[in-house]
Design a protein around this ligand. Structure first.
Ligand SMILES: Nc1nc2c(c(=O)[nH]1)N[C@H]1C(S)=C(S)[C@@H](COP(=O)(O)OP(=O)(O)OC[C@H]3O[C@@H](n4cnc5c(N)ncnc54)[C@H](O)[C@@H]3O)O[C@H]1N2
Ligand code: MOO
Ligand SMILES: [Mg+2]
Length: 421
């Protein structure tokens, strides 16, 4: 007798999986390796930035009150007493109507509060001394970058759990983080099951196909920031699959299998979970593709039994594995980023399960627009290459018309969304 499975809603399935989400261990790495990782400590400013008043331009540092009477009829003349480039500090005391030639980024001399741009001065020499004249007045602070203007000492600049983008990398460098505490990347194992599977280098044969799920998952795992480990492919043989899978579990943080989770004669994953004593969290979700996505738990470790159909495999990973990995990294927004977009095509099919239609979303003058990328069967691999989003079409509706507002999940976004969506 074929097992009749009871589907649960997507949200319920996500919540069941997320009960097993845990935070990863910390490791220290070099700053150069930190891009794309997740910070494991608050980045707190231990000094002001900049930590001295500095010139914002190449020019002359003066005291603004000396400039008050300057005009084109009566220019004010300053004696230029020294020159400082960025990295140097002036050595002379600046007296009234004296100026220091100063370059962008150099520390302001004491008593100077203003910088006059080079191109707004007239320079000349007289009796072996250097002078410059200005034809307008300035206010204190003109063209000066003040101490602490960028960052004040003591501020939390980047909280623990933040994705390290190039800007965060710059802040870490600013505050002297030569070594950075980040979360260790989890190791995710992949087994592809199916007697029909050929390795990528093999020639096609009747009835056989190349294994595309394993390389796809490999890339998805890398995109989410974890380390993939491909164990290999397994023919549909219960004992071999059982042995291989039970050995693999202890070598990784999470194990993904593809294929063999439905109700077919050679779909052995349900029986393997049973023999392992793993607890199946669910084996049917009211969604398409990926309705047979099965997740089991063995001693707190998650076993993702993802469907063999390529699009179902892709979606199963993004909905259920991604948030587990992102939570491992400490992200507060571990789920695919959700946005609203205007549908650019009719989607007439009456559906009962929620559809996650592969879409192409673009930013237009009318806002976000999304269009299905093609034929939307879960067995298809071709549409995955162009999809940058999943259009959520809730179940139990008659169909969707061009111009309707729909929710989309973004596939290439690193920021993510909080739960609930
Ligand atoms: N009687 C029923 N049949 C099916 C049901 C059902 O509820 N009742 N569910 C259907 C749905 S929905 C899906 S999705 C698939 C899921 O199948 P499995 O997860 O058991 O996967 P397989 O049977 O092993 O393979 C399905 C399909 O995918 C191809 N495949 C498998 N692995 C790979 C790979 N690594 N790379 C590329 N393609 C792969 C495989 O050749 C099959 O064509 O079941 C439906 N059936
Ligand atoms: O799991 Mo299936 O993908 O719903 O077609
Ligand atoms: Mg099957």
């Amino acid at each position: 007798m074929v097992e009749i499975r009871t589907p649960i809603q997507i949200g319920e399935a996500v919540e069941k999986v997320m009960k097993f989400a845990r935070f990863g261990e910390v490791e220290e790495i070099k700053l150069e390796q930190a891009y794309g990782r997740y910070l494991c400590e608050d980045l707190i400013a231990d000094h002001d930035v900049p930590h001295f008043d500095r010139s914002g331009y190449d020019g002359f540092a003066i005291c603004s009150k000396d400039s008050l009477t300057a005009s084109s009829h009566e220019p004010v003349v300053f004696e230029v007493i020294e020159e400082i480039g960025a990295g140097y500090v002036g050595t002379k005391e600046v007296k009234p109507f004296q100026a220091v030639r100063i370059m962008t980024g150099a520390q302001m001399p004491d008593l100077c509060d203003t910088v006059v741009l080079l191109e707004l001065t007239r320079e000349f020499e007289q009796d072996g001394k250097k002078y410059m004249a200005i034809e307008r007045s300035y206010q204190a602070g003109d063209n000066v970058t003040f101490r602490g203007e960028d960052v004040k000492k003591g501020n939390i600049l980047v909280p623990n759990g933040t994705y390290i983008n190039p800007g965060v990398q710059a802040l870490l460098a600013t505050f002297g983080y030569n070594q950075v505490k980040v979360v260790k990347k989890p190791l995710i194992g992949i087994y592809a099951t199916g007697t029909e599977l050929l390795d990528v280098h093999e020639e096609l044969e009747p009835g056989k196909i190349r294994n595309s799920n394993a390389p796809m998952l490999h890339a998805q795992i890398e995109r989410v920031g974890a380390i993939p480990y491909y164990f290999g492919k397994l023919a549909d043989n219960f004992e071999d699959c059982y042995k291989a899978i039970s050995n693999a579990i202890n070598q990784v943080d999470l194990l993904i299998t593809t294929g063999g989770v439905s109700v077919g004669d050679f779909d052995y994953l349900p029986a393997i979970y049973e023999k392992l004593g793993a607890r199946v969290l669910f084996n049917k979700i009211a969604m398409r593709p990926g309705s047979v996505t099965t997740v089991a738990e063995l001693n707190g470790k998650l076993l993702f039994g993802i469907s063999g159909n390529p699009s179902a495999c892709y979606v199963g990973f993004e909905l259920f594995v991604r948030p587990i990995v992102k939570t491992f990294f400490g992200s507060k927004k571990p789920h695919l980023k959700k946005a609203s977009a205007i549908l650019q095509a009719d989607f007439p099919t009456p559906i009962s399960f929620t559809r996650l239609v592969r879409g192409y979303m673009s930013f237009t003058e009318n806002g976000l627009e999304v269009i299905p990328v093609g034929f939307d069967k879960s067995s298809m691999v071709s549409t995955l290459a162009t999809a940058n989003s999943l259009i959520i079409l809730p179940g139990g509706q008659r169909g969707f018309k061009t111009g309707s507002s729909v929710d989309v999940l973004l596939l290439d976004d690193a920021e993510g969304s909080e739960w609930p969506w």
